[in-house]
Design a protein around this ligand. Sequence first.
Ligand SMILES: [Zn+2]
Length: 459
Amino acid sequence: MPQPSLKIDHARYILTLDRQRRIIQDGAILVENGRISRVGKAAELRDARADRTIDARHMVVTPGFFNGHMHISYAHPVRGIFPDEQASPLVHVFNLQAAMTEEEEYHTTLLGLVELVRNGTVCFLDPGSTKFPDACLQAYEDAGIRVILGECVTDQPAPFTLPRYPAPEAVARTTSFIGKWNGRLEGRIRAWAMPFSHETCSAGLLETLKRVADEHQTGLTLHHNSGNKARQEMVARHGHTPTAYLESIGVLGSNVLLAHCLGLDEAELDCIARTRASVAMCPVTAGKGGRGVPDHGRMPELLARGVAVALGCDSPNNSNHLDMVRTMNMAAIQYKDARQDTGKIPAEAALEMATIRGAEAMGLGAELGSIEAGKKADLVAFDTLRPEWQALWNPLNNLVYNADGRSVHTVVIDGRVVVDAYRQTFVDEPRLYARVQEIGERLQARTGISFPRSRWPMS
Ligand SMILES: [Zn+2]
């Protein structure tokens, strides 16, 4: 059965993110069979008829948002339990993760998806957190979202609980995961190789997983927290910086996405650009986690070298929120402050990372990330009849500096309306919230991982 067609009509602004970065006032978009068939001035599309027309005269329409590093699974039921001074909660994070049951992960995933789509995210990459993808498949299908999945593997000791296998088993698991999952849900699911990091995986494992990704024409992502300490250790062990080490073992390339990437030196920046690897940076995690963006953040230099940089939210216990609009805001303001230079990361660069550059970083730029005829129809319409959107002169500045995801009115993925006038229809939210709160109670009781609820007396 053909999909119903959709027309977005009389949009106040369409931020196309096409090659010319056109901004169309009083614009219209026609969506047929899940793809954008026409985009232009409303007057030019006057003759276009569709099964459904959305009056967008008070809306700003953008491409859907891409979240390049987003651990979904354990965190929602225990969001906010870590006190600020808990410098690195990672040991607890992975113990909580390991304790999740299938039923718990399904519900917490649902909550993650609700938060993602209601804030305009159309695609996210989960770096191997999901333990029970079979159980979560229904949630992905119901939400209509795009997801890049993989099985997290390591073969070396780690300071926290990570899935560890002999290298041949890690390779076999990855290969069968990709075979089983890649391309499902009409292509909305992609499966990648997901070694955790170069510290927790042998060179042989990383090298083989890169080859598996190449053979399956898919991607590979890993955590790449560089920085002075990691660099010194790596140079002592292998005679290379962490990035040069990856290059030396053949694990960089256009299908490789490096997550976090703080503390890169000049040669590492050049190496990433030369090998056409991509990067996913998590500005809110970096800021909230006190990672020292003024010293270690190299986002402007990566962008200046033409590297495809995606933004990520990391997890609901790192950035805490899954709102790409707030993430764009943090990226844009963080570097102005860090460098004491208001020219760093303009609003345009922030929106590019959340859309077209993010899609490119995730290997999806040919089909997604901009509003152009022929591309898949993934769209977000912001409601500007709200105080934070007024007055409206420059929609980019209003989006990145004034707004947040709460003004997302409509979200379209693959031509389907998945958020309609602020509402998603795949789950009963109050019931889900109660369920996830209950899971959080159970999880803390079961693992013994809990913290004083507040520094202030709570009665
Ligand atoms: Zn991560």
